[in-house]
Design a protein around this ligand. Structure first.
Ligand code: NAD
Length: 451
């Protein structure tokens, strides 16, 4: 099929490259000429494992091209997917990019005689596609939905493994305005081996929010329990979760082997969730729900627990080294999770800002996210390095914030050799506490408090 995709960020570009790699003809559209030029030169504008290699192949095979010209792209495609950003702004979801894009699509639709399907892939609050998007397209095109197709196909890919998630999806949700729109979208995914869930437009939108709220809820639940463990003292929350997940309703035994569902990786103490999705989506669902006269208490709790966690890292550091002012502090990891360069709402950004306010000299280290960090925080007391040794060298405290493998592999002896005061706060619980203490480090982490 011939597809155009508006917005070539993490979702648009990964979707485009993967759809092209399974045989579709894809045109990626972005307003930003620099992004368009990069894509056409086989350079990925974002870091995502496997993406650039695949982009190279689909560009060579002429299965994908990028353009800033939506008119040309729509003339040469039969489905247009909307994958522009939907940030959270001033207490609600910001639909301005969606509206602008829907209007541009509507204008082009007016000039097109063939049937064309418009599909929203961006995460939008329930009701958006069948009210806002539909109304804007109908007005700009002077056509009624039905004469053009309308669908909502939420995306579940995770940054860091986005390509694999797209190629091997666990489910494909297609919310459709009518049967014809559904059939077109189902053909797009024919080659994928995953169940297709057919719904109306707003149910598809709600499935996406429910998925993100559910996962964010697990993280905040784990952090709430961890904070209770710390308040009582003498309990390591890691031991508590190890005990919990052996429950037969969670872990299953297959041929004598215990299999832990992927969800258990969220049941761990940590310094909070970040990223471009969980924080903004939980906030947007909450405000949307309040606008519909229901106060979502669980969502409120998820967010307020998450706010606490970065601050706990600072308290723990102060507990180990006392006054922070004037001291060199290493922050290991800025990306909101490993294998991405995305720092949107990252816990590390909040932590770095507090450290700077408290007068620390901050040495942040990340294998991929430093360019984005430099754009986000400009401060003469912030120093950036890809090499953790630069960050740890002569530091009087280190905070592990993102569990990149290279940081997880740092040996206790290396912390001791490099640091002036080898004091480590583990925000992701990646190090073995006993080993760290026996090596002579001052060590603590989220979810532990021993007197
Ligand atoms: P992004 O900010 O990385 O990319 C959006 C792109 O759209 C930008 O390159 C921007 O230049 C472009 N754009 C905006 N308006 C445009 C227009 N009118 N015409 C052409 N280009 C335009 O966004 P993202 O992270 O890819 O997220 C996109 C959507 O997908 C959001 O709704 C997000 O919530 C959702 N989502 C994201 C993820 C994720 O992991 N990032 C996962 C699932 C769903």
């Amino acid at each position: 099929m011939r597809i155009s995709i508006v917005g070539t960020g993490y979702v648009g570009l990964v979707s485009g490259v993967c759809l092209a790699s399974v045989g579709h003809d894809v045109i990626c559209i972005d307003k930003r000429e620099d992004i368009v030029n990069k894509i056409n030169s086989s350079v990925s504008p974002i870091y995502e494992p496997k993406l650039e290699e695949m982009l190279n192949v689909v560009i060579k095979e002429k299965k994908l091209s990028a353009s800033a010209d939506i008119s040309w792209a729509m003339k040469n495609s039969e489905i247009t997917i909307i994958a522009v950003g939907t940030p959270y702004k001033d207490g609600a979801i910001d639909l301005s990019y969606i509206k602008e894009c829907a209007r541009e699509i509507g204008v082009e639709l007016a000039a097109k005689n063939e049937y064309h399907v418009i599909c929203v892939k961006s995460t939008v609050v329930p009701g958006t596609t069948d009210t806002v998007v539909r109304a804007v397209i109908e007005e700009a095109s002077n056509k009624k939905a039905g004469s053009f197709g309308l669908a909502m196909n939420p995306e579940f890919l995770r940054e860091g493994c986005a390509v694999d998630d797209f190629i091997l999806p666990d489910r494909i949700v297609i919310g459709a305005y009518d049967e014809r729109s559904f059939e077109a979208m189902a053909s797009l995914y024919e080659i994928f081996d995953a169940p297709i869930i057919k719904t109306n437009l707003r149910t598809a939108e709600m499935i996406k929010y429910t998925s993100n709220a559910f996962l964010a809820n697990l993280i905040s639940f784990a952090n709430d329990i961890s904070n209770i463990c710390e308040s009582i003292g003498g309990i390591d929350a890691m031991d508590v979760f190890s005990g919990l997940i052996l429950d037969k309703r969670i872990a299953v035994s297959v041929e004598g082997k215990t299999i832990y569902p992927g969800l258990t990786q969220y049941l761990k103490p940590g310094c909070g969730f970040g990223g471009s999705c969980f924080p903004k989506d939980v906030k947007a669902l909450m405000s949307h729900s309040i606008n519909h006269f229901y106060y979502p208490k669980t969502l409120d709790a998820i967010l307020s627990i998450n706010e606490l966690q970065p601050k706990k890292m600072i308290e723990k550091l102060e507990g180990l080294i006392g006054e922070i002012r004037g001291k060199k502090i290493a922050v290991l990891g800025v990306a909101f999770k490993p294998d991405t360069d995305d720092i949107r709402e990252a816990s590390a950004i909040k932590i770095i800002k507090i450290l700077l306010e408290k007068g620390a000299k901050v040495f942040a280290c990340d294998p991929k996210a430093l360019a984005n960090t430099a754009k986000e925080i400009e401060n003469e007391m912030l120093f950036l390095s890809e090499d953790y040794r630069d960050a740890l060298s002569d530091a009087e405290g280190a905070l592990l914030v993102t569990s990149w493998q290279s940081f997880m592999d740092i040996k206790p002896s290396e912390f001791i050799q490099l640091m002036k005061t080898p004091a480590v706060v583990d925000g992701r619980r990646v190090y073995d506490r006993k080993v760290m203490l026996e090596a002579g480090l001052q060590y603590t982490g989220i979810g532990i408090k021993y007197q």
